[in-house]
Design a protein around this ligand. Structure first.
Ligand code: FES
Length: 625
């Protein structure tokens, strides 16, 4: 561990840390553009100059290019270093359009911050600025090349880190251009990261263009709900509309990036016609009337058919809070069944996968990135969980061989196709990881992993499928298809459920709670509108058994943009905004149990799940394996 002194502060850092990172570790931020923690150094921008006063290296140096070494004495405030940084930034700004007032990056722009921090304020160059034509890069990313400072972060991410081939850097003399050969949508499923990684406004999120400034945002740490990997995100909202989603760093999970599937879908949250008011037999009503109606119908149903004919349905897309409350309702009513999965194959495979994971063998995305051999069994990772494919690519870039059993269509890494697990030299690797699609769980995979001390990663179906598997074991849940096949179920109450099976016509859907318009909702006698994940706090357990907390980002309600073509909020005096009557599903269930005579429930997490109450949303999560 090298020991050095930076601005008179002694610091000890791990081997391989550069001087820029060493300074960051003690809170000294040196201006930088091309260096990025996930991409490493490029030495392209020359903005990170420091003066080496003593030690093995002397004089002005680029701090990102210099590994920290014993005995170094570094000054970040030396006059020569500061003059160099000021000059470099002035040069970088020569051709920049200075268009911050109309740039979406304004207020969250690294170039703005470091231009000021670097000491450049007055523009002296009065020549003609170099200009470019922009490209159409698809419906998600806006392109404004005039703002480019040639840091090469975009192309290093797109080509090297993410394996994209349709975007690159082209140059002639002083004209360096970052784009495609010709106009067209970016093909990489990780293209949205260009927005996060560009230190200025060359790439901005077209879907949120000109809608708000950084200081207008409603933001909170959150977890992506679009697959089972639990990537960390920061959703950004304004005026009750989800504007955009940006990646949030978690070194154990997604690192610095997210996929486009997690970044761009916002329609479900912002839909004007999503369930926003309780309905009884299709008629809008108040919460009190809806819950009274449910109590009456439920009592009538139970009197006629008995408690064993009722099923409570949870969902792998619902938070732990909602699913544990569904179990409490099941216990309170002593209903015949609690169901978390639609079909028995899916349920069986998920339970088997979850049961096979231990604290020692559960592989995080970081474990995959660090693996020295990766085997993929029966999963098209790019389609099922794109960020896992990106993690495999990093292992492959580090030299790990990748083996595929079955079909894999990813083009992110080269692989060797093999007929069976026994064809993979797992025993030769020190840190092998086996990745399986849920549809291919089997005792052979689990046994092979155990024999070879390989870590295991299963791609599950839903952001909280892992949690549902644990609750299934705890409460003896039955897959809905089995419950229906038994012929005993005559009615159900469902919470955020995406049923894949056709429900027999004779089964009553007494009530359904959801924030989406699902086919089940159209069959429900009573519709209970629930909050979307950005409108509440909650917990998901990801595919490796990591419980992670997501926080409320925005108040629920109709987006102001959708209410009035003139764009003005309605001039009404009321306690809740229009469309803001939705409730978190766990709170809906708490209200139902209260109506049925139970005590008021303050916190949905009880018994062994109480330990999740104190989860830090900004932490790395905790393992529940
Ligand atoms: Fe060091 Fe760009 S950050 S040269």
């Amino acid at each position: 561990m090298p020991k050095l002194i930076i601005d008179n502060i002694p610091v000890e850092v791990p081997e391989g840390t550069n001087v820029l990172e060493a300074a960051r570790s003690i809170g000294i931020v040196i201006p930088h553009f091309c260096w990025h923690p996930a991409l490493g150094r490029a030495g392209a921008c020359r903005a990170c100059a420091v003066k080496m006063l003593d030690g093995p290296v002397k004089g002005l140096q680029m701090s990102c290019m210099l590994p920290a070494q014993d005995g170094m004495v570094v000054s970040t405030t030396d006059a020569e270093a500061m003059a160099m940084r000021r000059s470099v930034i002035e040069w970088l700004m020569i051709n920049h359009p200075h268009d911050c007032p109309v740039c979406d990056e304004g207020g969250e722009c690294q170039l703005q911050d470091f231009t000021i921090a670097g000491g450049h304020g007055i523009r002296r160059y009065d020549g003609r600025k170099r200009t470019y034509n922009n490209q159409y890069l698809g419906e998600f990313i806006a392109h404004e090349m005039n703002r480019c400072i040639q840091c090469y972060r975009c192309v290093r991410f797109y080509q090297e880190y993410a394996g994209g081939t349709d975007f690159g850097v082209m140059g002639r003399a002083a004209m360096v251009y970052f784009g495609r050969q010709s106009d067209g949508p970016l093909e990489s499923p990780f293209s949205g990261n260009l927005v996060d990684i560009c230190p200025t406004g060359v790439f901005t999120d077209k879907t949120a263009r000109f809608r708000a400034r950084y200081w207008d945002y409603d933001m909170a740490p959150s977890i992506c709900p679009h697959c089972s990997l639990g990537c960390n995100i920061t959703p950004v909202a304004r005026y009750r509309e989800l504007l955009k989603v940006v990646a949030r760093r978690n070194d154990r999970v997604n690192g610095w990036f997210i996929c486009d599937r997690g970044r761009f879908p916002k329609a479900n949250v912002n839909a004007l016609d999503r369930p926003r008011q309780p309905l009884v037999d299709g008629k809008a009503t108040s919460w009190d009337e809806a819950l009274d109606a449910l109590r009456e119908r439920l009592n009538g149903f139970l009197e006629l058919n008995g408690t064993q004919s009722l099923a409570i349905i949870g969902s792998p897309r619902m938070s732990m809070e909602g699913n544990t409350m569904a179990a409490r309702l099941h216990k309170l009513l002593d209903t015949g069944k609690i169901c978390y999965f639609s079909d028995s194959v899916h349920a069986g495979q998920t339970l088997e996968a979850v049961a096979s994971l231990t604290p020692d063998n559960a592989a995080s995305q970081e474990d995959v990135r660090q693996a020295d051999l990766v085997a993929i069994v029966g999963s098209d990772l790019l389609a099922e969980a794109p960020m896992m494919a990106l993690a495999v690519r990093q292992a492959w870039r580090n030299g790990a061989p990748v083996y595929v059993v079955g079909e894999e269509t990813s083009t992110l890494f080269e692989y060797v196709a093999v007929a069976s697990l026994s064809d993979i030299p797992l025993a030769e690797a020190k840190h092998p990881v086996l990745i399986c699609g849920t549809n291919h769980v089997g005792s052979d995979i689990i046994d092979t992993a155990a024999r070879n001390k390989a870590k295991l990663s299963f791609i599950l179906d839903g952001p909280n499928a892992f949690g549902c598997a644990l609750l299934s074991q705890e409460y003896g849940a039955t897959p809905l298809s089995e419950a229906v096949a038994s012929g005993k179920i005559k009615g159900l109450i469902s919470f955020e459920s995406d049923l894949t099976l056709e429900l027999p016509a004779g089964i009553r859907v007494l009530a359904a709670a959801d924030c989406r318009k699902t086919p089940l909702l159209s069959r429900a006698e009573i519709v209970l509108p629930s909050s979307a994940w950005v409108e509440m706090d909650g917990t998901f357990i990801n595919n490796e058994g990591r419980a992670q907390r997501f926080k409320q980002v925005m108040e629920p309600g109709l987006p102001i943009k959708g209410l009035d073509p003139a764009g003005h909020p309605p001039r009404l005096h009321r306690n809740t905004p229009p469309g803001g009557e939705v409730l978190p599903t766990w709170r809906i269930i708490a209200k139902i149990t209260e109506r049925l005579g139970s005590e008021w429930i303050e916190d949905p997490l009880s018994d062994q799940w109480e330990r999740l109450r104190e989860l830090d949303a900004e932490g790395e999560g905790i393992s529940v394996v």
